[in-house]
Design a protein around this ligand. Structure first.
Ligand SMILES: [Zn+2]
Length: 393
């Protein structure tokens, strides 16, 4: 990614990303990195100083669960991987233009998302920072009805081998596991357990040896219990958490990625279509609000993750995920933290992203209105996007 040059920003209100705000803040950016943040003037001098005294600045959003292999509409034919990679960059860019300066792709087809990541991160093309799990690891025939969209393993030995190959050959940024079936599963229900504790434990050990996080796709008690027992870091979807799950997650600092946008997309489609709701979501929608509210009330950290790319769930309105969190009880500031610091934590990149702090990468959003007052401001008042220290809009 290209960077270079220095700029000082004089900001009306800085939303740091960790829940704090600094009124009348000074943020210095040098060569793509945040050089200083203070409430009383610049220490260094900059090539240029920009007056944002009546503006709000926050970290770029991190949508920590997307699938750039899909557009939101099922493909009419099977496209080549080269086609999918080029299209994937374009889809990622749609998310960038609404404020997602980073995306985590949580389940690709073959090496498509790695190729897109490498092209963007090497500066060959413009896009948001991509963090990529590669293919999701599942049991034989697990999770997805799309062939070639998973790495199938049977037994802990194969699970370990698959994880190592993703990490070592492709530098996977995190690992995605299919702990249960899914709404889109062909021969099982979404709440049927899939990978075993032993298989997932092998994956978790290998990922943790490299400092990488493990995201477990789960619906239903048994699969969530298995993922927790295997020491996965992030429960993705997570309907329905029991009291015991919640207690263990809190004790271990585990996170929930509730992927609310995807269920709202299903729900809205159902409202339009008149198809029986259970056909559209296999009953999962019914559980979604109460599950999120319980996790929120218990204080489980949660991350933005839209599942964009899945059917009827498009790229380009990603920040809606934060609006649904607020609709179901989160404060606007909690939603901001979910889209910044906690999203960075969910893929273990909070050492470089997620807050506006000296030493972190300069991915920033400039807004006309305060997202900590009204979360829709992210969508309605986004004015400029800084990626890697450079304004791209
Ligand atoms: Zn997904």
């Amino acid at each position: 990614m290209e960077s270079g040059g220095s700029i000082g920003l004089e900001i009306g209100k800085l939303i740091v990303g960790d829940g704090e705000v600094i009124e009348d803040a000074y943020v210095g950016v040098d060569d793509g990195v945040i050089a200083e943040v203070s409430g009383d003037g610049f220490e260094a001098s900059y090539d240029e100083v920009l007056d944002l005294g009546d503006r709000f600045v926050m970290p770029g959003l991190i949508d920590a669960h997307v699938h750039i292999k899909y557009t939101g509409v099922p493909d009419p034919v099977e496209y080549s991987d080269e086609y999918l990679a080029v299209r994937g960059v374009e889809l990622a860019r749609r998310a960038l233009m609404v404020g997602c300066t980073s995306l985590a792709d949580a389940g690709a087809v073959r090496n498509v998302a790695f190729a897109a990541r490498n092209a963007i991160n090497n500066g060959a093309t413009l896009g948001p920072r991509l963090f990529v799990s590669g293919e999701m690891i599942t049991m034989a025939g697990g999770r997805s009805r799309v062939p070639g969209a998973r790495l199938e393993v049977n037994g802990p030995h194969e699970a370990r081998r698959a994880t190592r190959s993703l990490l070592m050959y492709h530098n996977a940024d995190f690992i995605k596991l299919g702990a249960t079936g899914a709404i889109s599963s062909l021969h099982t229900g979404p709440t049927h357990a899939q990978l075993t504790v032993e298989e997932m434990t092998a994956c978790v050990e290998e990922a943790h040896n490299c400092g990488k996080m493990v995201h477990a796709h789960c619906y239903g008690e048994r699969g969530i219990s298995n993922a927790i027992e295997a020491r996965a870091d992030v429960i993705v979807h997570g309907q329905s958490l029991t009291d015991e799950h919640i207690a263990t997650m809190l004790e271990r600092g585990m996170m929930l990625m509730p992927t609310l946008k995807t269920y709202w997309c299903h729900y809205e489609k159902w409202l339009e279509s008149g198809v029986p709701e259970r056909t559209v979501t296999s009953g999962i929608w019914d559980l979604t609000e109460s599950n999120f509210r319980r996790a929120l009330e218990a204080g489980i950290p949660f991350s933005m993750g839209t599942d964009s790319g899945m059917t009827d769930n498009f790229f380009g309105d990603n920040p809606r995920d934060l609006q649904y969190m607020v609709r179901w009880g989160a404060t606007p500031m909690q939603a901001v933290v979910a889209g910044t610091l906690d999203a960075a934590r969910s893929i273990s990149v909070d050492d470089r992203l997620g807050t506006v702090e000296a030493g972190k990468l300069a991915d920033l959003l400039v807004l006309r209105e305060d997202p900590a007052e009204d979360i829709t401001a992210v969508q309605t008042s986004l004015e400029r996007i800084m990626l890697n220290g450079r304004f791209i809009t």
